[in-house]
Write a protein that binds this ligand. Structure first.
Ligand code: ADP
Ligand code: MG
Length: 456
């Protein structure tokens, strides 16, 4: 068999064992070269793929190549400049700046229409993946024929930051585009409640009712907040019925399924479930990457693919946080003339994103990773000897245990062989200061974090 055939067979085998998204992300540009009988070299398109394959897939690969196979990994050298290669800084990243050098488009600062819609939220710039495909299809159908029987009401639910507001505002904007005479009104359930209370106090309930009933499309965002508020629910029930009977479109979002909203009246629960309903799940890695790419294109910025991959791999919570991470990177790039490397992004992300949701590494693992990275014995690292070769690993171990495990200084001291908390404070301060200028140190931290399998 040729190298290529061997690799194709291996890939086919892998493909059947791992998720399609992981397969595509990590193996799409890999190649195999046979160096000797039992020595194979896999070239990976970037450092992420290399780390990921090394950390997670070698055993599976050996199942095809043979248990004794010696496997080494390299990063494919790219001819074009500007592409990252092993150990290199990523070089200048901006291709063009927007006029004035300002990153625009982050804030919802567009001119407020009477409909309360922000023009930034459109169906076109809503990225569709498997996590939101159904919700998007329904939203598009609603926007096309608002008020049609089958679409009413449209109830959309998802956890925070996954695109509910974006998608329902996009419906509103699309309706305005296609049906300019159809009034659209967007409001949150909190605002609805406040206006209701105000109208009762000022005895302007008639105009309140008129405002919310004389519309073609009413969008109520975050309806869960009316739970437990009797008079709001009562008023909303009547608003709902009036609109429904007049075949006006009602669009509602919530952070959960209506059945799971405690203290929501049964008559509303059943109304909410009477039309079409969709949820949005967490986006997978490919989609997170696509979202980042789309946002950078929109900002007219060129950011190294490896940096986007890092963000997409590490920020798994929701899309708002993903955007937050990108925004941090862009701000840093702007302040550094577009020069930024992976290790800097890594330290920028910090432990918040280093870890999977809610998971902190075990301090023992952190200490072991530091010891093995600097090839010192764990006993020496924790011991009292003041050898020069131990100073940096020891300080770094304290810093990482403190940062990654988020432990108090005293506890860190205890874990590092009974050091005083002032010693820990001093060490953490030293590392933090050094991080401002010491590229080598940043790279070391990056590598150690990799060993902790933070990419898992
Ligand atoms: P929610 O209302 O569910 O809390 P948002 O609609 O406010 O979430 O979304 C948070 C951020 O993520 C917004 O800036 C939004 O534009 C963006 N976003 C969410 N989903 C997508 C998507 N599929 N494509 C593009 N941007 C998205
Ligand atoms: Mg929202």
């Amino acid at each position: 068999m040729t190298d290529r055939e061997i690799w194709e067979k291996t890939l086919a085998d892998l493909q059947s064992k791992i998720s399609a998204a992981s397969f595509k992300t990590w193996f799409s540009e890999t190649r195999l070269t046979r160096k000797s009988d039992d020595h194979f070299e896999i070239s990976c398109p970037n450092q992420f793929a290399k780390v990921k394959i090394e950390g997670s897939y070698l055993e599976t690969i050996r199942q095809t190549l043979g248990r004794e196979a010696k496997i080494s990994l390299t990063i494919t050298e790219k001819k074009e400049s500007g592409k990252p290669t092993a150990g290199q800084a990523l070089g200048p990243l901006f291709k063009t700046f927007e006029a004035g050098g300002e990153a625009k488009g982050w804030e919802r600062s567009g001119p407020k229409h009477l409909s309360n819609l922000s023009p930034h939220y459109t169906l076109e710039n809503f990225i569709v993946g498997s996590h939101n495909r159904l919700a998007f299809a329904m939203a598009a159908a609603v926007a096309k024929s608002p008020g049609a029987n089958a679409n009413n009401p449209f109830f959309l639910y998802a956890a925070v930051g996954l695109g509910k507001t974006h998608l329902v505002q996009a419906i509103g904007n699309e309706v305005i585009k296609n049906h300019p005479n159809l009034p659209v009104l967007y409001t949150t359930s909190e605002n609805f409640t406040n206006e209701l209370i105000e109208s009762i106090q000022r005895r302007t309930q008639n105009s309140f009712r008129k405002k919310f009933r004389d519309v073609g499309v009413l969008i109520i965002d975050d309806v869960q907040f009316i739970a437990g508020r009797e008079s709001t629910q009562e008023e909303f029930f009547h608003t709902f019925n009036a609109l429904f009977l007049a075949q006006k479109q009602i669009v509602i979002t919530s952070d959960r399924n209506p059945r799971e909203i405690a203290r929501l009246e049964e008559r509303l629960t059943s109304r909410f479930g009477g039309g079409i309903m969709a949820d949005i799940q967490n986006p997978d890695l490919d989609t997170r990457l696509a979202i980042l790419q789309s946002k950078t294109r929109h900002l007219n910025l060129e950011i190294a693919p490896a940096i986007l991959e890092l963000l997409a791999t590490r920020i798994q919570t929701n899309i708002r946080e993903l955007e937050g991470g990108l925004k941090q990177v862009v701000n840093l790039m702007l302040s550094q003339n577009g020069q930024i490397d992976l290790a800097t992004v890594e330290s920028l992300l910090g432990p918040r994103a280093t870890l999977r949701h809610g998971e902190l590494p075990n301090p023992r693992q952190v200490i072991a990773a530091v010891a093995s990275y600097y090839a010192v014995r764990e006993g020496d690292l924790l011991g009292p000897r003041r050898l020069q070769s131990l100073v940096k690993p020891r300080q770094l171990a304290m810093y990482l245990v403190r940062r990654l495990c988020q432990l108090p200084l005293m506890k860190v001291g205890e874990l590092l062989g009974g050091k005083d908390h002032t010693t820990v404070m001093h060490a953490v301060g030293k590392i933090e200061k050094a991080l401002g200028s010491d590229e080598r140190l940043k790279q070391d931290i990056f590598n150690i974090q990799k060993r902790l399998e933070v990419f898992a």
